[in-house]
Design a binder for this molecule. Sequence first.
Ligand code: NCD
Length: 305
Amino acid sequence: MLRGRDIISVNELSRQDFEQIFDAADEILEAPGKWSSALRSRIMATAFFEPSTRTRLSFHTAMLRLGGEVIDLGEVEKSSMAKGENLSDTIRMLDSYSDVIVMRHRLEGAAKLAAEIAEKPVINAGDGSRNHPTQAMIDLYAIRRFHGRIDGLTIGVLGDLKYGRATNSFIAALAKFRVERIYLISPPQLRVRDDTRELLSEAGIEFKEVERLEDVIGELDVLYASRIQKERFPDPSEYELVRGSYVITAETLKGAKSSLTILHPLPRVDEISFEVDSTPHAKYFEQAALGVPVRMALLKLILVG
Ligand code: NCD
């Protein structure tokens, strides 16, 4: 049951919750007009304290496609936060004006704090370097659509496994399914944190940490690439050591299965070269488009069940 719930982290979601969202997204894609007034007269408030293109616009689109309305805090410089208003007071206001709050913030724990203050459901649109639950929903849904299943697949997660909230949430969500094996592909400095290793071990998922994509590419059904999170490095010189660690080219993919799909939460910087876009492996733009039906499904299930 998702009705009335806050969505802060994938850890609070069960496999059944994910599947309920996926089934609803399937229904939306099959009959796009069916829910066009499901959220009529409902208002979603968005507050993005960090940059966003896909998450912000696909949440907006989702609400509009369900017949609802959107209010947006806008740039912090133009809100009362520029006058010194604190986050709690701002959230309290959004709570009184809307039916659901979607928030992105630089600091881990900000969404949880907002959920404690707000009576209305709060959806975490990414906070800090760990949690981005709705991105994980999209990522797993994309795999289900492109491969027909999630269980039994071998999945490579590449890039910034330390600071990436998209990669961290993706891995935590995969742990709820019975994937065959996960390859964690990163430079030594950007390996997953201990809690991720523990989570995978506790879930009984076989995983291996490797540095070179070339060593495992032939085994993968899915390659989830990610951007190195420049803005989250405490020390810029640490970033300089790992920037450009991976560049996936047509050459890299020579040894890949023909059915390999490449996913990426986007934005990409330089980790996937443009020539890959025209290969049948490239699924990241289709994946991003699935953000609308998945977020429609989530909003509808939270607000009306
Ligand atoms: C991600 C994010 O903001 O965490 N973007 C997204 O929501 N699709 C990934 C990133 O910024 O690298």
